[in-house]
Ligand binder design. Sequence first.
Ligand SMILES: Nc1nc2c(ncn2[C@@H]2O[C@H](COP(=O)(O)OP(=O)(O)OP(=O)(O)O)[C@@H](O)[C@H]2O)c(=O)[nH]1
Ligand SMILES: [Mg+2]
Length: 320
Amino acid sequence: MIVGDFNRGKSTILNVLLGQELMSMRVTATTAIPIFVKYGEEEKVLVHKKDGSTEELSLEQYKQRYSLNSKVVQNQIKYYYKSVEKWLNNPNFAELHYPIELLLEGIEFIDTPGLNYTEEGNQKIFSYIQQSHAIIFVLAADQPFTHNEKEYLHNLVSHPNQIKKPIFYLINKWDKLGEEDKEEIRDFLMEEFCQYLDINENEAEKMWGDTVFNVYAKKALDNLKQGKNLDGTGLKEFSQRLDNFILNERLKTELCQALQMAKFVKIQVESKVRERLFILKQTEVEYEAEAKYLQDLVTNISTQVEIIAGKYNEIINDLG
Ligand SMILES: Nc1nc2c(ncn2[C@@H]2O[C@H](COP(=O)(O)OP(=O)(O)OP(=O)(O)O)[C@@H](O)[C@H]2O)c(=O)[nH]1
Ligand SMILES: [Mg+2]
C-alpha cells in the first residue's frame, strides 16, 4: 500500500514498479480515491460506490472521471457547490484489473490520495492498512517530514487497530536539490528517523538500503519510456528489496499478523470475561457454573494462543 502527502510522487513510483504508466500523475492533487491494482486477463476498472453499486470503466474513462484535476471532475466539483467532500461521497474505491506479470502471484498495490484530504478518507486508508502486508511511505526530499507527514506517521504507528507492518520510506525528488543541499537534507532525515524511531545514528544509517531509499521517480519513469534501465534512480534497488520482501518476508509478516490478531482476541476475551465476572460478584448471585465456564474459556483461549505462538516460532525458525 502506497501512502504519502499530495504530489510526492506516489503514483509515479507505482507506475515505475508496474513498468507502465497506468496511474494518473500530475502537478496538482491527482489521485482522488484509493485504487487497488491487481491482476486481470483484461484491462478494466471497477469503481465501487458508497451506495454499494459498481461502475465498470476502461482505464482511460477512469482517469477522465476520477482524477482530481481532470476537467470532468473539476466540473463535478463546481456542480456540487465546490465541495470536494460531497463529490467524494459517491465513489468509495476502485479496482484496476490489468494483465501484468508482476501481479500474477496475487500481489496487489494500493495507490492512495494525498494525506488529510478528509478525515473520513484518512480513516478509510487506515482500514486498508490492516489488509496490507507492507506500507510504502513516500516523502519528497524538497519538503522532507512536514508537520502533516509526522502526524500521519505517528497515527500510522500508534493507531489502535494497527498491527505492526514493515514501512518502506521512499524519499523522492532528489533531482530538485543541489549537491550541498542533498547532504543537509540527508542529515536532517537521519535526525528525524533517530527521533521518531528512538534509535541512534548508526541504526538510522543502516536503514538506508533496507527500509529507506533515496529515489528519482521521474527520471526512472523517463528511463523506462526510453527503454533504458533504472540504474541511478534508486528504484532498481527498491524493486529488488520489494522482490526480496515478497519472496521471503511476506509470509513472516502474515504469520506475525495472525499471531498478533490471536493475542488481540485473547486480550479482548479476557477483558470481557473479567467484566462479566465482576458483575456476577457484584450482584452476589452464585452463578458458579457460568463463572467456571468463563474461567475455562480464558484458559482455553490462552492455550490456543500459546499453540499458535509455538507454531509461529517453529515456522519462523524453519524459514531461517
Ligand atoms: N522533479 C521531480 N518531479 C517528480 C518526481 N517524481 C514525481 N514527480 C512529479 O511530481 C508530480 C506529482 O506526482 P504524482 O505521482 O502524481 O504524485 P502523487 O503523490 O501520486 O500525488 P497525489 O495523487 O495528488 O497525491 C508530477 O508532476 C510528477 O511528474 C521526481 O523524482 N522529481
Ligand atoms: Mg497520485
